[in-house]
Design a protein around this ligand. Structure first.
Ligand SMILES: [Zn+2]
Ligand SMILES: [Zn+2]
Ligand SMILES: [Zn+2]
Length: 160
C-alpha cells in the first residue's frame, strides 16, 4: 500500500501537468481521495470531504474529481449497473482494471500482451471513420478472496 503523502504528491503533480490550478480546496479534496484504499462512490467522496471541511461545495468536489480522472490519477470504474465507482490509480502510465463484481475491489494490469487486441479495436473503429482517442478496458470478475469465501460458504456465498 502506497504511503498517502506520496499519493497526494503524485496526484497534485499530475494535476499540475494538466495546468490545473492547485488551490487549497483542491488540495484538501485530493488528500481525502488519496485516503480511499478501495474504490469509492461520488457520495462516499462528498461525505468524506464534508466531514473534513463542510465549507467545500459539491461543485468543487465534482470538478476536482473530473480533473483527477482527466489527469489519469483516478479512473472511473463501471462495475455494472448502480456500481459506478472511482479508484485511485497506482500506475501512472496506460493500464487497465479488473474489478470484482462481488466486493468492488480493483486491480490494475498493464496492456502488455493485449496490444494486438487494442490494435484490432483501433482498426475496427478507424474503419467506421473515427479517429481513435483514449479507451477504457475494464474486465469484471471475482477476486481471489471472494472466490475463496464463495467456495467455503455452504450457501455458495449468497449475501442476505
Ligand atoms: Zn487505474
Ligand atoms: Zn471480491
Ligand atoms: Zn489499453
Amino acid at each position: 500500500v502506497a504511503v498517502v503523502a506520496d499519493v497526494v504528491g503524485e496526484m497534485l503533480a499530475l494535476l499540475g501537468r494538466q495546468e490545473a490550478r492547485i488551490t487549497r480546496t483542491r488540495r484538501s479534496i485530493v488528500e481525502v481521495v488519496a485516503r480511499f484504499q478501495a474504490p469509492f462512490t461520488v457520495t462516499e467522496l462528498t461525505d468524506a470531504v464534508s466531514r473534513e471541511d463542510p465549507g467545500i461545495g459539491r461543485a468543487s468536489i465534482f470538478r476536482t474529481l473530473a480533473l483527477l480522472v482527466q489527469a489519469g490519477a483516478v479512473q472511473r470504474l463501471h462495475g455494472g449497473p448502480g456500481r459506478e465507482r472511482y479508484t485511485v490509480c497506482v500506475t501512472p502510465s496506460h493500464h487497465h482494471h479488473v474489478t470484482c463484481t462481488r466486493c468492488g475491489r480493483t486491480a490494475e494490469f498493464s496492456p502488455r500482451g493485449v496490444e494486438h487486441l487494442e490494435r484490432a479495436v483501433e482498426r475496427a473503429v478507424t474503419a467506421l471513420g473515427f479517429r481513435v482517442g483514449t479507451h477504457i478496458l475494464e474486465v469484471q470478475g471475482i477476486c481471489q478472496a471472494c472466490h475463496s469465501a464463495i467456495v467455503a460458504s455452504p450457501t455458495g456465498g449468497e449475501r442476505p
